[in-house]
Structure formats: C-alpha cells, structure tokens
Ligand binder design. Sequence first.
Ligand code: GAL
Length: 649
Amino acid sequence: MKYLGCAYYPEYWGPERVATDAKLMRAAGINLTRIGEFAWARMEPADGTFTFDWLHAAVDTLGEHGIEVMLCTPTPTPPAWLTFAHPDTLLVNADGRRLDHGSRRHYCYTSETYRRFSKRIVAKLAAEFARHRNVVAWQIDNEPDLIETGICHCENCQQEFRTWLKSRYGSLAELNQRWGTGFWTVDYSDWQQVRLARANHAPSRQLDSRRFANEKLSDFVLFQSELLKQQRADWRVSTNLNGEVFTSLDYFKLFDRLDVACKDLYFDICTMDVNAMIMEQFRSFKPGQKYWVTETGAGMCGCGRPAHPGQFRAWLWSSFAHGGDAHVVFRWRTCLSGQEQELEGMLEHSGVPGHRYKAIQKAFLEMREQSAKLRDLPLPETAVAFVHDYDVAFTYQSTGIGTLVPYEKNFTALHREFYRRNVRTALVPPTADLSPYRLVVLPSLVMINPTLAERLKEFVAGGGVVFAQGQLGLRDANANYMRHRGPDQLQDLFGVLINGGMYLHSCVGVDETSASRTPFTVKLAGKLARGTAAVWLGDLEAQDCRVLLKVQEDTYAGQPAITEKKTDKGLAIYSAAAKLDDRLVGKLVDYALGKAGVAAVKGIPEHVEVIRRGTRTFVINHRAKPVQVKVAKKRLRLPAYGVAVVSGS
Ligand code: GAL
C-alpha cells in the first residue's frame, strides 16, 4: 500500500509538539499525514492576514521524517470574522434559520461572497505550498455533502434555483407540467413563487431541489480543484466522501473530474458486508484505479466495544485486497476539547502511545513490508455490475417510497448475497458500457435512463444476464408515475407488464395507526425455490416469459412474482418484490450467477473474504473464531481475524 497515514492537527497541538509526533508517526510506519481541513482561522486569523509559518514548519518537520502530506482546503469551517461580517455566506436551513458559527459545513455553497473568500485562501495555500516537495496530494473541504446540514434555502439559492429551472424547462407552463402540479393545484403563475422544496413538498419539486443542490455543491468542490491544478498539475487532488453512495452528491460525476476516489470508511465490528460493498463501490468510481481510505477509526466510533487487536489488521488487509492504496487513520491523538472529544485517536489524549498505537503500528509495519511485494497485482476482476443511478437515489430520498421502500437496505441486502459468495461486483452508472460484465443487477430502478434501456437490450442480445428487482421503470424523469405500464422501455426485454403494485404493511388494523406500520410477508413458490416477499409486491402480468415463482396468498395469489425471459443467447430475470427473504435472494443470485457462468467461491464461512488478484488470493477472516478453509487447492487454518495471502487462484 502506497500510503499509511493519519489525520493530524498541528494547529491544535502547537508547533512544539510536531517533531515528537513526527518521530512517533514514522516509528508507526506512517508516511502520509492529512492536515488542515479545519484550520482556516489559524491560516487567516483576520481578513486578508495570512499566517502560514506554523504550517510551513509542520510540513517541513514531517518531511524531515520522511512523511508526505495531503493538505486540505479549509472551507468546511469558515473563520468567525468572515461569517459575522458576511452573513450571506451562512447556510439557511429548511426552517429558514441561518446557521451560526461554532460547528462545521454551515456555509452556503452558492454564495458569491463565500466563493470569493474560498478562492483567495485556496489560491494562497496552493501558491505557498507548491514549493514543498512532500506535499503530494490535496483534499478539498471535508466530506462535502448535504447530510450534516441539509440543503441551503437562502435567497441566493432560491434565485439560483429559479435560474437553473428556467434553463431546464424554459417556461413556467412546462415546469407545471413536468412537476405535475395539478394535484392540490400547486400551479405556479410567477417564477418568484418557485422555491426550493422542504420535506412536505411534492416529490418532483424535491427531486429537482436535490439535483440542483448536488450540482452546486459539486461545482464548489470542482472550482477548488481547478485552482489547485493551476498551481501544480502533478498534485493528486480529491475530496473525502462520506458514507455509501446513497447520499446527496453524484459521486460518478465528481470523481470523474478528480484524481483519486477517496472514502472515509469507519470499519466497525459486524459491518464487514457493508464495508466490502463500499470498497467495491469506491473502486468503481475510477475504473482501473486504486482508491484511498482517507479516514478510518483508530478505535471505536461512539465509544463502542474496542476492536480486537487483530481486527484493525484484518480491515487494513481487506482494504488492500479490494484495491486500496492509502489507509489514513482518524485521528492521530484524542483531542482534549471540542465536539469530538470522546473520539479515540491513535495516541491517548495524554500523548502516550497506548494500545491503539501499538495495534496500528504492528499492522502498518507489516503492511509496509509485505505490500511492497504485492503492489503490482492486477485489481480484482468483476463480472457482475450493479447499476446505480443518482436520479433514482435522489428519487427515493424525495418521495414517499423512500420511507416505504428502504432502497439502501434493499440494495445492501442484494449485494450481501454476492459478498457471501465472494463474487466481486462493480458499481456502474446507467450510461456505462456493460460489455465487460456477464451479469448486470438492477436494484429497484424506479426510473429507466434511455441509454441504460438501450445498453441492456444490447447486453442481453449479446448473451448477458440481467437480474432486476423491485419497482422497475414505473416513474418518469420527474419522479411521477407514468400513464403506461412498466417496466418503462423494458417491457419486451423482460416479457412482463407491471400494472402497479401494493405495499406490504398493515396500517388499518383496529389497534394500529398509520404511525405504526406492521410489515408483513407474502409467500411465493415455484419449482426453483420458495420464500417470502416483503415491503412491496408488483401487480405483474406475464407476457412473453416463463414464471419462476408465483404468489401463494393474499390479494395477488396465483399471480407471477418472479419471471425470466430467454432470448437467443441472454436472459432477463425480474423479481417483482422490493424485498425477498435472504434465502430466496441467495437462491436467485445462485441461479443468475449460474446462468451467467460466473463462479462463486463455495464452502467459505460467512465473513471470510476470498479476494483474487492475479496470481494471488487474499483470505481474510473477519470472525472472532479460527476458521478452516480450502482456497487455491490449499487447506488453510486462519486464527481469529487472521490473514493469508496464497499463491494461485
Ligand atoms: C468524519 C469526519 C471527521 C470526523 C469523523 C468522526 O465523518 O470527516 O472530521 O468527524 O467523521 O467519526
């Protein structure tokens, strides 16, 4: 792995401590520190007064110890002098309250004033630090996202939103039509009436509000990237993104214009399936390139049960095996004060290297030595692609189905069956070339991008297998249901018609209210398998397909639930339920993999990862118990959290 690192706050600990820290870092195998994302007030303590001496000194001292630096632009935390003098730089939340100083990410991403001050500090930083050879990379802002604060609703954003809508729809009449304003007659008669949506507003308005905020915040990140690149084209410029892909920014578009996909990934006890999914997703954002983990826990977040000493090592090797090229611990030392006072650093708050330092040091030193021999292995091969469309993700966040159908959970449940079989997957946008894959998964794509529809038809005609699930092609590009039957543009491909569907929960019982929905399941059965469907069931008509499973009970008893349509070479499988029980998903995944000719790795206990990369196979035991496995014709006994790298595949 190229970089083993930590997030470091020299502005907090002071210049007298840097040399001691650098020495301890070096001894722990650290060769990268990430610095400066919250340090604006120490870089520019007053308007136009810049104090970079402390930062130059810190960067130099780290360099003397062989440590490179990922410098950050400090825009998540504007200084108090700035926001007090220019309140228009502050984000206004959905209730109309202007956020105030003392937290982070409280800026407005469309404010011209904020952009002007950001431009000045970023350009200054870039110019000042271009001469340091050990500044090798940049992180823009910190976790740019709308999760912490929500969308900004200030008057500038409202005006910009109207401009954005005008260029998208041309006229108010078209806007009314596209947003479907006829219900509750929320028709607009003057552009001034059009404002960003709040939670109780129509889905189409919410969806466009999210699209707009996504574009504007992404633009705020990319404008900083350009400033940095103007200074030095060889810097690796990126930003650290938060969470899985189900957030408020289109990561495909963002990373397309950044140098490396960076992810803050807090491995936790019992979340390995989700971690593996996230690593595969981040590996997909820059196809063929390695990703960086720009933050990972030194201890437990939220002060949970401490990780087993071997667990950090297992997570580190898992990241390396999936294609990680940097592993940066958050953070170097537990802080004495501040909102995250309880968050455990590598060093104790006393500055003493304790258990966490020792566990990380051991893992880092081993990784440094071992990975040097493994660096040139090809990335894991993927024959399975999950299509991810941000318009769909934003639609789930904007509509009632987002709460009724937990899109992320269903996506994760589907992905888990591939993880369990050690089948690696890629995440692709709806416009992707599908020809490198043998199986394509559509996880509840409520709207179908026309390019995707074309690509899927070509893919199946060429012998590919498609496996689609849940609400498929039922909405238009504005999140409105369509007048015709689904799956939009794909009726022939799947040989089915979806008339609509029903949600599977009860809120009409005598002792129930709509506030307490009780989920229930419906039995499905067929020759292939039997099981249950939950959450949502499609009202499906089989046309030109074979019915694999039928509904056994309730309103839709006897109706097809899971179908397949064979063409000359390819196959299109559709499961008309948003959620199936795990066993049934497993059966369908096995079936689809078999039809696609993709081999699963059999006989491996759950949470033991087997990752093939060229001539080597990585085996990582995430379990608290020893396991025995047979991999690459070898019998292995791995201790709890043990790791092995074996020759052969
Ligand atoms: C990240 C963030 C860090 C820190 C960390 C704590 O999301 O970037 O600054 O807050 O979480 O878990």
